[in-house]
Design a protein around this ligand. Structure first.
Ligand code: HGY
Ligand code: MN
Ligand code: MN
Ligand code: MN
Length: 414
């Protein structure tokens, strides 16, 4: 791939400056953590709105905290092309996951605006407020609201401090009763295209800058609660224990074994034990389950098998177990027409552009319910993500801007 032009490099540096500016807006003092509707999220929204205003784009926050702006087209007869990603993060996050896609898209809109000639179609930019789902345990809440999939039950979800989405919306000066107004189902965008760092090692290993995404992985997310009997660590004989943490440990190893197969990943990333004391047998444990596959049937059969085996383990150990589904989605295919346009937007031979399935979830899962979706992947160093060492090279950001410019050009001409 030829090296990006001076202009693209200058734009990439401007995007990088803004990535750094957003990375300094965190709920933690010594790590990047920006959770949905937290003070840091609201501050990041304000910063984004100020950049949009500087660009002459009228941005606004929708009723669930997504930030949106739109560049009008010469004819608004065609529905808008929507670009975007998310600006919430995981805990102790990298600074590119989500924000890279939002800020590259904003840079392309600014570039179009500065051109002085409106695009032939309106182009909408959205920064979703809750893709990661870390605070309330349910992912893609922002894009699900835009896709008209959010329900009043979603607003009842509470964070570890017992604050519900409903209350957090009020605290952040939104009107939770208006959440349905965030839906774009009455006049959906014509397409949703998201640029995102790959969050995997394929492009870095292949020495390639960009790829076209073919599909987004399907997933099942659950919360497992095991209830046994707390007891004295020194006096309860091993044969008479109902140890919830030992049962959870056996279950977690089972989950790992069940997912050690092609096209399957399984993760337990969250575990809470009660009373969480070294000299007390754990009476209650809650842990998360995140299982993913591009094959829906395989996902279902492995998840069903895991649930059965966990129930057997808990019965044998005389502890109770309950499962709560907290999220999940079918595998989502990207739209063929958008895939072809994206492949033509990436420099080099269109039919040599790498097509990659995404192992990470994205807002396109929700958006695919109301319009065709496409995604562009950008190389990230060693595929590291959901980690402070996440890194995207400025040359790859320049290539990404060039590809997004080109995609918009091709899309306008369609
Ligand atoms: O979990 C995911 O795959 C995404 O990064 N939220
Ligand atoms: Mn993420
Ligand atoms: Mn992401
Ligand atoms: Mn995403």
């Amino acid at each position: 791939m030829t090296s990006p032009s001076t202009e693209l490099m200058a734009r990439a540096r401007a995007v990088l400056d803004r990535i750094d500016a957003l990375a300094s807006i965190s709920d933690d003092t010594d790590a990047l953590t920006r959770l949905f509707l937290s003070p840091a999220h609201i501050k990041a929204n304000r910063t984004l709105l100020s950049w949009m205003e500087q660009a002459g784009l009228d941005g606004f926050a929708d009723p669930v905290g997504n930030v949106i702006c739109e560049l009008p087209g010469t004819t608004n007869s065609r529905p808008p092309l929507m670009l975007g990603s998310h600006i919430d993060t995981v805990r102790d996050a990298g600074k590119y996951d989500g924000t890279l896609g939002v800020l590259v898209a904003l840079n392309c809109l600014e570039h179009l605006k500065a051109r002085g000639v409106p695009p032939s179609v309106p182009i909408r930019l959205v920064a979703f407020g809750d893709e990661e789902g870390v605070r309330f345990g349910s992912t893609i809440l922002g894009s699900r609201a835009v896709a008209g999939l959010t329900t009043a039950d979603d607003l009842k979800r509470a964070d570890p401090d017992g604050v519900t989405v409903y209350d957090a919306l009020i605290e952040a000066s939104f009107e939770p009763e208006d959440f349905a107004a965030a839906s774009m189902t009455d006049s959906p965008p014509a397409a949703y295209v998201e640029l995102h760092n790959e969050q995997g090692p394929v492009l870095d290993t292949a020495g390639e800058s960009l790829a076209c995404v073919s599909a987004i992985v399907g997933s099942r997310r659950m919360l497992v609660e095991i209830n046994g009997l707390s007891g004295h660590a020194g006096t309860v004989p091993m044969s008479e224990r109902q140890d919830a943490l030992a049962a959870a440990a056996e279950c977690i190893c089972l989950i790992e074994d069940a997912c050690r197969r092609p096209d399957m990943v399984g993760t337990v990333g969250f575990l809470e034990t009660h009373p969480n004391a070294g000299n007390v047998i754990a009476g209650r444990v809650r842990f998360s389950l995140d299982i993913r596959s591009h094959d829906d049937a395989l996902l279902k059969s492995v998840c069903d098998g895991i649930e059965e085996k966990i129930a057997e383990i808990c019965a044998r150990r005389d502890v109770d177990v309950t499962f709560e589904t907290t999220g999940g989605a079918h595998a989502t295919r990207c739209d063929d027409r958008l895939i072809q346009m994206i492949e033509k937007s990436i420099p080099g031979n269109a039919d040599q552009v790498r097509r990659l399935p995404s192992g990470a979830g994205h807002d396109g899962i929700a958006m695919s319910n109301i319009c065709p979706i496409g995604m562009i992947f950008v190389r990230c160093a060693k595929g590291i993500s959901h980690h402070p060492d996440e890194a995207v090279d400025v040359h790859d950001i320049a290539a990404a801007i060039g590809a997004m410019d080109r995609f918009i050009e091709l899309y306008e001409r369609e």
